[in-house]
Design a protein around this ligand. Structure first.
Ligand code: PMT
Length: 408
């Protein structure tokens, strides 16, 4: 899993303050540990009222810190050592009281002391009643914290502990985890680069209820977008209709037709370092879309189709006008003569790299989680990969892309 690459051997300090949503932080810690992070938990006195230290200790396999002075018996002074070694500190839930203290540099418990000594990025997940969240004192504190570079996730709108509904609900563990993932990715090699990824299939309208489409689920393109984002890139994901969840921190642009995808891609590449076209773009569209539903008749039905524009070829052809664009990668979905057809597309479309995708087997290509591809560079050098998870293939492709756009 890509998240493991980012979290493995990282030290994450999780501070828990006193709020009912502290129980969700248990799930967050479990996710961090599963992703390979070393997690040190610090509880405030109030947090201990909600979740016992033993729960966190059992999950993290590490002692949980609850008292300021017990650590002074250790050879290293706890607040200094934890703050120094941490790659990231997360405070979840962060109550209005703790956020106010953090703003003013108070250090009257172990959590705040560690936060004050912390050299790593800090991520806070506020949780409180709507009135407290909207109070001008809290608003001013949050503004100050953000100006100082503290990262904030949430709060969400929803059901609150009081039974009321409104802003102030702590973000779900998944969202906090993904926000942490995005923060860690900032130290990765593609930070500062913009990559455009297209994904999914397009739909060409026949009439108000019918379209010409294909079986692309978007999985391969979404995996590439996630892998590029995990390496720190600013990713624009242009996709046809899919059932997938947008990767956190990735800008997504939803389109339907090949022409809409063309406009979105041409605009996005103007300020991009690389384009990866994974989308299954329709090669033909109906000459006209019927305004009303076409009625059934006894005889057959013929549709007049015209070619759509080849987006990839158009981008590659005009690349001299765009000095920022350093890499144009394409895919070739083939059911026969895989390498010959892929090589022909690589040359004809003037690409830097093509991923020859064998879509003839049921465990490879459209819709499934696995794929079978051969990577071909512009010199024609081919590297055949075995059947792999799409996420794993995405990691390899993004590593190859990094070689193109990042001078060694
Ligand atoms: O979405 P999934 O279910 O995960 O499936 C993934 C996939 C099989 C769709 C993907 O891995 C893949 O192979 N994508 C390429 C699909 C395709 O349209 O291939 P092609 O050989 O027809 O096109 C060659 C290249 O030209 C592709 O990069 C395509 O995006 C691009 N193209 C095609 C037509 C067009 N009008 N404009 C284009 O830019």
């Amino acid at each position: 899993m890509a998240a493991e690459r980012l979290f493995k051997d990282k030290s994450v300090v999780v501070g828990v303050t006193g709020g009912i949503s502290a129980y969700k932080t248990v799930t967050l810690c479990s996710r961090l540990v599963k992703a390979g992070a070393t997690v040190d938990v610090i509880l405030t006195d109030a947090a201990e009222e909600f979740v016992r230290p033993l729960t966190f200790q059992a999950l993290t396999h590490r002692p949980v810190i609850t008292e300021m002075f017990s650590l002074l018996q250790e050879t290293e002074i706890g607040h200094v050592s934890l703050g120094k070694k941490a790659d990231l500190m997360i405070i979840a839930p962060a109550t209005a009281n703790s956020l106010a203290k953090l703003t003013h540099g108070l250090a009257d418990n172990m959590l705040l002391t560690t936060a004050l000594a912390c050299r790593s990025p800090i991520l806070v997940a506020p949780a409180m009643e709507t009135g407290m969240w909207e109070n001008s004192a809290t608003c001013a504190n949050m503004k100050t914290l953000e100006e100082r570079g503290v990262n904030v996730v949430g709060p969400a709108d929803g059901h609150l502990a009081s039974g009321a509904s409104g802003a102030g609900r702590m973000s779900e563990p998944d969202e906090i985890f993904n926000a942490a993932r995005k923060i860690l990715s900032r130290r990765e090699p593609l930070n500062g680069f913009r990559i455009v990824v297209s994904a999914g299939g397009t739909r060409e309208v026949i009439d108000p209820v019918r379209f010409i489409g294909n079986r692309s689920s978007g999985k391969m393109g979404y995996a590439l977008a996630q892998a590029a984002s995990d390496r720190g890139a600013d990713v624009v994901l242009i996709h046809g209709p899919t059932a997938l969840q947008n990767p956190y921190g990735v800008r997504d642009v939803g389109v339907e037709s090949a022409e809409q995808m063309r406009s979105a891609v041409l605009k996005a590449v103007e300020s991009a370092d690389a384009l990866i076209m994974t989308a299954a773009v329709a090669d033909y569209r109906p000459v006209t879309a019927a305004k009303q539903k076409i009625k059934k008749r006894e005889s057959g039905l013929s549709l007049d189709l015209v070619r759509t524009t080849d987006i990839l070829a158009e981008v590659a052809e005009n690349r001299t006008e765009n000095i920022r664009l350093k890499a144009v990668f394409g895919f070739a979905a083939e059911t026969e003569s895989l390498l010959a057809h892929a090589r022909e597309k690589l040359t004809r479309k003037q690409l830097d790299f093509i991923v020859a995708n064998d879509v003839s087997a049921s465990d490879s290509g459209f819709s499934v989680d696995t794929n079978r591809v051969t990577l071909i560079d512009s010199a024609g050098e081919a590297n055949e990969l075995p059947l792999m998870q799409k996420q794993e293939i995405a990691e390899i492709i993004i590593d190859r892309l990094a070689g193109f756009i990042k001078p060694q």
